[in-house]
Design a protein around this ligand. Sequence first.
Ligand code: CO
Ligand code: CO
Length: 345
Amino acid sequence: MGKKRLLDYAFAAGCAGKACQADLFAILKGISRFTHPDLLVGPEGFDDAGVYRLDNKRALVLTVDVLTPIADDPLIFGEIAAANSLSDVYAMGGSPLVALSVLGFPVSEIGHKTIRAIIAGATRKVREANAVIAGGHTFKDMEVKLGLAVIGTVHPQGVVTNGNAQPGDVLILTKPIGTGIITTALKANRASAKQVDAANGQMRRLNKTAAEVMVKTGVNAATDVTGFGLLGHAWEMAQASRVDIIILSPMVPLLEGVLELAEKGFFPLGSLNNYEFIKNRAVFPKDLSEDMRLVLCDAQTSGGLLISVPKNRAQLLLDHLWEKGVTAARMVGYVANGKGMVVVE
Ligand code: CO
Ligand code: CO
């Protein structure tokens, strides 16, 4: 047996490792809610982050995310884990301010140089976000795990949740889909270097610019697409907003080669679980292949923002996103009257 790769220290890579929606709902059922007049956004709407009001002008955006290795290069893994954690602040329309890191690893197996590179990658991304790491905590683990608890700020009136999508809105997605499939193929040495670079490029990319453009344009709702896949997060938005969400499958941007890898069966377990969960909650066209259905459920790590924008501002939002370099942004669907279903067309 050869030397272990960083990816070997992940039982399920990246966001594909989070508890699936079905388990999560079962676990949380019956746990009494905690409310507070200044807790503007709590856990009940499955939003990306909590929001706590300090005064009339300032609120804190609070979130935590932990990832197992999703790349073999420790620096890139550090960058992706940080970008992924920071993303939930951006999805709420906030700006990251300060972060705390948690890092678990098999202390006797992984060298200091590797750990240092992971931390350097995370630090670099936090700096790019104009935030700072205030400290952290390490622990012994069998897997490698890196996460950040991020605190950001937002104006209490400027919070963007997933719960205000309006019928008639257009849905814009800012990054292509397929990181779960490509990284699963990478674990099996079946993804090309070009595919891996493209996936890493998207995962390392902060949602900072996308969020800034979104806030400036004025939108109704947003979330980031991560472990529950495009359809899972769209469903959460549909539920929280009490609308139906229509996803136009031919328009969903995919990373290059994703469909071919999907046809070969490179799905992380998380994506299969996502499909199990969504298939009774979404309507699919009869002629849509099983592979494409799974692609739409692919567990993303550090995915793009899914933005619900009034129709008359959709082109403006797209133009500004492209202008600022978010060139992968595409219209992927729209919002209709309904009761929280996802309809794939
Ligand atoms: Co999120
Ligand atoms: Co998150």
